[in-house]
Design a protein around this ligand. Structure first.
Ligand SMILES: [Zn+2]
Length: 122
């Protein structure tokens, strides 16, 4: 089954309310209303500046959006994909369908959502 993108109004709605890092867990989808909206955050190691890449998807209506922003200072989190061997990770990320299916699998088994914390500057 194909994935579609959230439209502009839905993306805007995603940014409302409590931040995902403050309250990880499924939330209401702005498109279909199901409590099936999930997110996964990662820090690409190849980025020149500290970058945060987020994937937000609804497992009920299969809409998704990916975005990139500056990594908030001190934000730390677990990344279950970071421990995958490079070849395996490349395999997982080859197609959007495969990637989101992998993330859903991690969610079903309780590996996701990730745990977030803020490390204070010392
Ligand atoms: Zn939905």
């Amino acid at each position: 089954m194909e994935w579609n993108s959230f439209d502009g109004a839905e993306v805007a709605a995603l940014t409302e309310g409590t931040a995902f890092v403050a309250e990880p867990g499924e939330r209401d989808c702005p498109s279909c209303g199901a409590r099936a909206l999930r997110a996964y955050l990662t820090k690409p190691e190849t980025a020149r500046r500290p970058t945060l890449v987020s994937y937000v998807w609804c497992t009920a209506c299969r809409k998704f959006v990916g975005s990139r922003s500056a990594l908030p200072a001190g934000l730390v989190f677990t990344d279950p994909l970071a421990t995958l061997p490079v070849a395996e990770r490349r395999d997982v990320e080859r197609s959007l369908t495969g990637f989101l299916a992998h993330l859903d699998g991690l969610w079903e088994t309780g590996v996701l959502p990730q745990s977030f914390g803020v490390r204070s500057a010392s």
